[in-house]
Design a protein around this ligand. Structure first.
Ligand code: A2P
Length: 275
């Protein structure tokens, strides 16, 4: 072995829970997605999140390196043999300032302990599933939209995504555009998905926060629905803290109650994690 490959082998051996990056796609100067190898033993439910990250810089005093980890929703479905993640790039963010530079072949740390509430187990059966996201809160729904159980359990899935600009919708728009031609789930999708993208700071066909559009009835008028009802409608919410709070209030106003893994009800909420 040359000294270089020896050093590389040492690095690999000391990185805990290492997984290898297989592809990276940059969507805007603030958003990117990437795929990594999946640990053979990792089981998860579509919609859950894991801790991922990189090794931090050596401590100036001790020289020791600690892993720098953040919660990331898995954006790929449970059946996929790789794992996908959708991330913001924060220029001075401890993790994402570095993570945004990963390339295929690089390694990341992935703690194989999936958890989360945006799972089918936390919802009672229903007819219509609302998925409400802002920004990178789309990630867990990228998983659930490719999950067969979503289509087995619901007749209609309404995916709303609110972003500041049109370019920020692109990851979700492409994913939804590809659902019906997906060889594994295409047939199940069968026209069940309604996509409702909105922007708040750049002109697009549908402007405004989804919260406002729900409160003033625009969403229901656009989709030909009477409203949201606890006996038929279920919802999953993933966005900023303020967004989650506002949507919760709206859903509770329609009589929906928040569920959990141990106590399935009408809707569930998870914060979109920011690097
Ligand atoms: P807005 O531009 O009106 O703030 P952010 O990038 O700040 O996380 O926001 C992502 C998107 O979510 C933006 O379009 C933003 O709209 C929207 N948003 C932020 N907070 C809320 C909220 N409390 N309710 C509804 N939409 C929100």
């Amino acid at each position: 072995q040359t000294p270089v490959t020896q050093a590389a082998a040492t690095k690999v051996a000391t990185l805990p829970d290492a997984q290898t990056v297989t592809s990276v796609q940059h969507w805007t100067d603030q958003l990117f997605s990437f795929r990594v190898t999946r640990p053979a033993s990792l089981r998860f439910r579509s919609g859950e999140f894991v801790m991922i990250g990189l090794m931090g810089d050596p401590d100036p005093k001790t020289g020791k390196q600690k892993p720098l980890l953040r919660a990331y929703s898995i954006a790929s479905p449970a059946w996929d043999d790789e794992l996908e993640f959708y991330s913001i790039k924060v220029q001075d963010g401890p993790l994402t300032s570095r993570l945004q530079h990963i390339q295929p072949g690089d390694q990341i740390i992935l703690r194989p302990k999936p958890v989360g509430t945006l799972v089918h187990d936390a919802l009672l059966p229903g007819k219509r599933l609302w998925l409400f996201a802002t920004g990178t809160g789309f990630a867990p729904f990228a998983s659930l939209l490719r999950e067969p159980e979503t289509y087995e359990k619901f007749d209609q899935i309404i995916m709303t995504h609110t972003c500041r600009d049109v370019a920020e919708l692109e990851y979700g728009r492409r994913l939804i555009a590809g659902l019906e031609s997906d060889p594994l789930i295409g047939e199940m999708v069968d026209g069940k998905v309604v996509y409702y993208p909105t922007t708040t700071r750049e002109q697009s066909p549908k402007m405004g926060r989804i919260t406002t559009l729900l409160q003033d009835g625009t969403v229901f008028a656009d989709l030909g629905l009477d409203g949201i009802a606890a006996d038929t409608d279920r919802a999953m919410v993933c966005g900023s803290l303020g967004f989650n709070k506002d949507i919760k209030e709206i859903l509770e106003g329609f009589g929906l109650e928040e569920g959990a893994n141990s106590d399935p009800k009408h809707y569930v909420v998870e914060k979109a994690f920011v690097g």
